[in-house]
Design a protein around this ligand. Structure first.
Ligand SMILES: O=C(O)COP(=O)(O)O
Ligand SMILES: [Mg+2]
Length: 226
């Protein structure tokens, strides 16, 4: 099965351990003859800046699928559900010291510093009967709608690009990459991946972070996937 595009996470996947961009990965993307689509929990402005500086597509998945951009200078598809996330945040703020991250740029989620246990937050919202998803990506805690994720984002991107989700190689490091790895034609977890990403992947690289992505690309090429 030859895949026609790559959909790839940012933090922990194309970065170094200190979250800086792995420049060898950026260079490798530009050498490929398939489109590379960034897919992240970060806000749209962050992803568009990364895509522009790397030199790849402006079609991107931001906010864990809550925002899908149709291009650098074209409209975005923005999911509902922000108010539910804010309601959950207000409730949780009565019980925990919470610090919001990038609040000014986020359209569909509330994202918090990781200085509180995600299990505690989940328990408190479920005790109050609030239907919301709370995930810890290893970089931030996201209060998000359970009806969208990077997998639903990939379905939208595939439609935009005239492809099928199964045409994509998905590469990631964390629980928020699991759905897109399941929806894609083939999923690869980098060596530093958490359990959920490892379980969702069909292959896991030896190397971690950006070096893991370089290994994933070579694995895909040598196995006829790209
Ligand atoms: O936004 C996050 O928490 C992590 O970002 P990522 O999805 O690019 O790893
Ligand atoms: Mg990640």
């Amino acid at each position: 099965m030859v895949l026609k595009a790559i959909v790839i996470d940012i933090d922990g996947t194309i970065t170094n351990p200190n979250r800086s961009l792995d420049l060898d990965v950026a260079k490798r993307f530009r050498e490929l003859n398939v489109p590379v689509i960034l897919s992240t929990g970060n806000p749209l402005c962050y992803v568009h800046a990364a895509a522009k500086l790397i030199g790849i597509s402006g079609i991107v998945i931001a906010e864990n699928g809550g925002v899908v951009s149709t291009g650098f200078d074209s409209p975005s598809i923005i999911a509902d559900g922000k108010e539910e996330c804010e309601k959950a945040y207000e409730l949780l703020s009565q019980y925990y010291e919470l610090v919001k991250l990038d609040a000014a740029y986020r359209k569909t989620e509330v994202v918090l510093n990781r200085d509180v246990a995600v299990e505690d937050l989940r328990r408190t919202v479920s005790e109050h009967g609030i239907d919301i998803e709370i995930i810890d990506t290893g970089y931030a805690i996201h209060i998000k709608s359970s009806s969208m994720n990077k997998g639903t984002g990939l379905v939208t991107v595939a439609e935009l690009m005239g492809l099928e989700p199964s045409d994509y190689l998905a590469i990631g490091d964390s629980c928020n990459d699991a759905e897109m790895m399941q929806v894609a034609g083939f999923g690869i977890a980098v060596g530093n991946a958490d359990n959920e990403a490892r379980l969702a992947a069909k292959y896991m690289t030896q190397a971690s972070f950006g070096k893991g992505t370089l290994e994933a690309i070579e694995y895909a090429i040598s196995n006829g996937l790209l």
